[in-house]
Write a protein that binds this ligand. Structure first.
Ligand code: DAH
Length: 338
């Protein structure tokens, strides 16, 4: 009878199905609403009443067998598919991972932070002034009036009449002294700008300004603090030396040298054979500057210093050209990772 043929055909088709989706399609061809078995059941109506029960039983038995057949195939197909997925999506946990690139602080930021640490340890507070300044704060109040030859020491970028890009963080000295009465221990880092460009000068660079104002301050206090700075920044055996110099806002003014860390002071190409390297300018705050800020020079005295942060970084890390700081070359920058 047809029933056996249907069973065999279904078994063959189920065997040939490649995956669960194809298997489902085969199943629907037999057991679906328009499937072959459903059609057989519907044809019962046309069968004579006496044969109907036997026919019905046979067809129902066929349906049950087919259901069993399909679920067995379905189960196997699912197992195969799972096995394939597991094989395809296998992860080798022993493979080395991809490392995320870690950033690093810019050498100027590193040196700036280190300077802040050193001087904060001696009780200095950080104060930041504006990069766009008036002539008054950048020059006049620092004892450098318009006709003063010292103005030519720094080539200035003017924005408009009386407004400029600060050429020195020294401007912050005035701003702070106007706000705060002594005792003062100020550290002022920041960007400064000058029309200047060569291996050791860049039109934009960073300075660190220091200012101490109190009763009875002397040049010895300055040198003591600078010795401490040199020992921490460069080498535990570093020494400092003061040489007379000139700045309009200090009297006396000094140029500060640090013993060359590369040769220990014996003389080498870095220090040009002298054993000393010039690192900053400093001096006792000129009484005119104190007066300009309403501080009585009979009662108070102070010292100030200013250094180029790039210059300190160049000395500390042996960097040959100031442009490296602004080129953003990762090969340079990544050498300063911790
Ligand atoms: N402002 C000076 C410059 O840019 C550096 C300097 C010298 C700062 C002496 C000071 C100082 O505070 O006392 O060249």
């Amino acid at each position: 009878m047809e029933v056996d043929e249907v069973m065999q055909e279904a078994a063959r088709e189920a065997e040939q199905a490649q995956n669960s989706r194809e298997l489902y399609e085969v199943k629907m061809r037999y057991l679906g609403r328009t499937g072959k078995v459903t059609a057989l059941l519907k044809s019962m109506r046309e069968i004579s009443a006496d044969k109907r029960p036997a026919f019905g039983k046979t067809v129902n038995a066929l349906r049950e067998k087919l259901e069993t057949l399909f679920s067995a195939h379905e189960e196997r197909a699912k197992e195969r598919e799972l096995a394939r997925r597991l094989a395809e999506e296998r992860i080798d946990v022993t493979m080395p991972g991809r490392r995320a690139q870690k950033g690093a602080l810019h050498p100027v930021t590193r040196v700036k932070n280190e300077l802040i640490d050193i001087f904060a340890g001696m009780g200095f507070e950080v104060f930041e002034g504006p990069e766009i300044e008036t002539e008054y704060y950048n020059f006049t109040a620092l004892n450098t009036p318009a006709d003063h030859p010292a103005r030519d020491m720094q080539d200035t970028f003017y924005i408009s009449d009386g407004i400029l890009l600060r050429t020195q963080t020294s401007a912050g000295q005035i701003r702070l002294m106007e706000k705060k009465k002594p005792p003062i221990k100020m550290l002022s880092p920041g960007r400064v700008f000058r029309s200047d460009d060569d291996a050791t000068h860049s039109p934009m660079f960073h300075q660190m300004e220091g200012l101490v104002v109190d009763k009875g301050i002397t040049l010895c206090d300055l040198q003591g603090m600078l010795d401490e700075f040199a020992r921490t920044m460069f080498s535990s055996t570093s020494k400092t030396r003061l040489r007379p110099s000139y700045f309009p806002f200090t009297e006396p003014s000094v140029e500060v040298d640090v013993s060359c860390a590369a040769c220990g002071g014996k003389g080498c190409p870095l220090c040009k054979g002298t054993g000393w390297i010039e690192v900053l300018g400093a001096g006792m705050v000129n009484r005119r500057v104190l007066e300009n800020c309403g501080v009585d020079p009979e009662e108070y005295a102070g010292f100030a210093f200013g250094m180029g942060i790039e210059r300190i970084a160049m000395l500390k890390y042996g960097i040959g050209h100031i442009r490296l700081f602004t080129e953003n070359d990762v090969r340079f920058l990544e050498q300063f990772k911790d």
